[in-house]
Design a protein around this ligand. Structure first.
Ligand SMILES: [Fe+2]
Ligand SMILES: [Fe+2]
Length: 268
């Protein structure tokens, strides 16, 4: 019997330990490519994915400001925050596949998002390895509890999910990562900087996948992409979209400046 892809994706969301989420992500990607999983499937999805007992999740306002990136503690704090983002990104990718991946979608939709999920798993492992090099591990510090909010706010509409998660949040990653790389280089931590370079290159691809399927879904619904994006962001995203933008990386992901300039101009 062929398992459904949705059931497989759901298993990642139900796994509490990061190591299990990572291992399952790679296994499911392999099974998908081997034709062992059928797209679609009906599953009961958790509102929030299972997580390990640690880190302690704190409301964003209770998070301590990051220490200077140059110090050992500062680098551990940065890597820990990144590990947390990547773990959320693994769940976000599988949640999208399980929640919105009906059998009427083209095979490339699944190829793309499973590819994203697998890369997020790789990112978590890369960052966890850097933490280990400092004698630290994911769970040592408290982490931001706000990251799943965007998923909850957009749980009922694929277009809204794409508008906020890849097109706002992952695109924001493109804007802020180069400065982190520079700080790490300046402090002499070339190994962590190299890991962030890999993340940045891959994330351009994730934003590109987001743009591709956002445009595809807009075309299917017969709506205009830029205006639709703006309306969805206004409705579902509480934060601000503000410069400086990494225009080069955004363009490489297929995001034209006019596409986000109108949103950036919105006063919030
Ligand atoms: Fe990532
Ligand atoms: Fe990503």
């Amino acid at each position: 019997m062929t398992t459904s892809l949705a059931a497989a994706a759901c298993a990642v969301l139900r796994a509490g330990e990061p190591e299990d989420k990572v291992a399952l992500s790679h296994r499911i990607a392999q099974e998908w490519r081997g034709g062992k999983l059928a797209p679609g499937g009906v599953v009961w999805l958790p509102d929030r994915p299972a997580r390990p007992a640690l880190p302690l999740l704190k409301p964003p306002r209770d998070m301590k400001r990051r220490r200077a990136a140059g110090s050992r503690e500062g680098r551990i704090a940065l890597l820990h925050a990144l590990a947390h983002i990547e773990l959320n990104a693994i769940d976000l990718a599988w949640d999208l596949v399980a929640r919105f991946g009906g059998p009427n979608l083209p095979r490339e939709f699944f190829d793309d998002w499973i590819g994203v999920a697998e890369e997020e798993a790789k990112h978590f492992s890369l960052v966890a390895r850097r933490l280990a090099a400092f004698g630290a591990r994911y769970g040592d510090l408290p982490a931001h509890d706000g990251l799943w909010e965007a998923a909850e706010a957009t749980a009922s509409d694929l277009l809204a999910r794409l508008a906020v998660v890849p097109l706002v949040l992952e695109a924001r990653g493109l804007d802020v990562t180069p400065a982190m790389i520079e700080r790490l280089e300046r402090s002499g931590d070339h190994d962590s900087a190299a890991v962030l370079q890999v993340l940045l290159a891959d994330e351009i691809g994730h934003v590109a996948v987001g743009v591709r399927w956002f445009r595809w879904e807009c075309a299917r619904r017969g709506v205009e992409p830029a205006a639709t994006w703006r309306a969805l962001v206004e409705r579902h995203f509480k934060g601000a979209l503000k410069p400086p933008f990494n225009d080069g990386a955004r363009q490489a992901a297929g995001m034209e400046r006019e596409f986000y300039a109108a949103i950036a101009a919105l006063a919030r």
